[in-house]
Design a protein around this ligand. Structure first.
Ligand SMILES: NC(=O)c1ccc[n+]([C@@H]2O[C@H](COP(=O)([O-])OP(=O)(O)OC[C@H]3O[C@@H](n4cnc5c(N)ncnc54)[C@H](OP(=O)(O)O)[C@@H]3O)[C@@H](O)[C@H]2O)c1
Length: 139
């Protein structure tokens, strides 16, 4: 939680203790939000419109195998966006100036050589990695 605050969050919801739909409605005193960024999947696409204001947006980066019920989105005139990044040169070229200007700051949890990748996986699976793993390759 301290890390999330440090990264700039103005309100925190512990998903293991609270339902985000209830919490967002409480935090916004029933007004809801303009945008939901979905990095979770499952039923987030179906449930998130409940916390959207009219004309709000749900942006998802997760592919969901199960069919979704979008009736709540329809009721709010909401828009769903699906974003899938492809790792190609033009994407990195667009990202580089944002990194250089400090507008995008990657959260690095650990750095290690490629041959220690198993260690990075173990930490990630144990939930002890707060950020991405950076692996370096000697050439
Ligand atoms: N569209 C694209 O181009 C694209 C690109 C990259 C990733 N993705 C997708 O985006 C998703 C996230 O990727 P990631 O690399 O950020 O994964 P990640 O490093 O595993 O992080 C997932 C985070 O979600 C949290 N979380 C798990 N269940 C939650 C819930 N019910 N409510 C709120 N938070 C929850 C986890 O918290 P804890 O640490 O406490 O468990 C963890 O911090 C993945 O499904 C991935 O496939 C898509």
């Amino acid at each position: 939680m301290a890390l999330v605050e440090q990264l700039g969050a103005s309100a925190l919801i512990d998903f293991e203790r609270e339902d985000y739909v209830d919490s967002v409605m409480r935090l916004t005193e029933g007004r809801g939000v303009d945008v939901v960024l979905d990095t979770i999947g499952r039923d987030t696409l179906s449930r998130s419109p409940r916390i959207l204001r009219v004309d709000g947006r749900v942006v998802s980066v997760v592919d969901t195998a199960a069919p979704q019920n979008l009736i709540e989105a329809w009721g709010r005139n909401a828009t769903d966006h699906f974003v899938f990044s492809r790792q190609n040169r033009s994407k990195f070229d667009a990202l580089t100036p944002l990194l250089e200007r400090g507008l995008v700051v990657p959260q690095v949890g650990m750095k290690c050589p490629l041959h220690e990748v198993a260690r990075a996986h173990v930490r990630s699976e144990q939930g002890r990695l707060k950020g991405k793993s950076v692996l370096w390759v000697r050439t």
